[in-house]
Ligand binder design. Structure first.
Ligand code: 4NP
Length: 161
């Protein structure tokens, strides 16, 4: 059995976009019989919602798709996340800036790849996943996150072959 590929999604509050991506990727992996291949987590760069469940809008979208968000609560991104994950996937360019700043100021040594989520969906010509905390459009978030997670899963499967 190969070592698990560790994925950590990072957004600002860890209540809207990154927990959506965490739940969707874990669900997709399970549906494809690939749970043993993946370790999926999410975290935020801001501490306003520590310990909180995902935003009601994120929970509603996940519930309507039959995707579990059980046990997901907001937490801050850690040094271990940034150094040990195979993929640190930031949801927008502000998250990328904040994560790069943490890596630089802490002298962290990342072993994996830092990706902007929308790099998985280049045809969309969007720099970041629009933040539904401000747009209110959680359905758009689910659409982008679902397509991007599907591409990511394909990529990981191809890498471990
Ligand atoms: P997220 O959205 O980064 O996708 O979880 C946000 C959640 C909370 C806040 C901002 C964005 N906030 O300012 O509290």
């Amino acid at each position: 059995m190969p070592r698990k590929t560790k994925v950590v999604f990072v957004c600002l509050g860890n209540i809207c976009r990154s927990p959506m991506a965490e739940a969707v990727l874990r669900h997709m992996a399970a549906e494809s019989g690939l749970s043993e291949l993946l370790e999926v987590d999410s975290a935020g760069t801001g501490d306003w919602h520590l310990g909180a469940r995902p935003h009601e809008g994120t929970r509603r979208e996940l519930d309507s798709a039959g995707i579990s968000h059980q046990g997901i609560t907001s937490r801050l991104v850690t040094r271990d996340d940034l150094e040990l994950a195979d993929y640190v996937i930031v949801m927008d360019s502000n998250n990328e800036r904040d994560v790069r700043q943490l890596i630089q100021s802490g002298g962290y040594k990342p072993q994996g790849t830092l990706l902007r989520f929308m790099e998985l969906l280049p045809e969309q010509q969007l720099d970041g996943v629009p933040d539904p905390y401000y747009t209110g459009d959680f359905s758009q978030t689910r659409e982008l996150v679902t397509e991007g997670c599907s591409r990511l899963l394909d990529r990981i499967v191809n890498e471990v072959k």
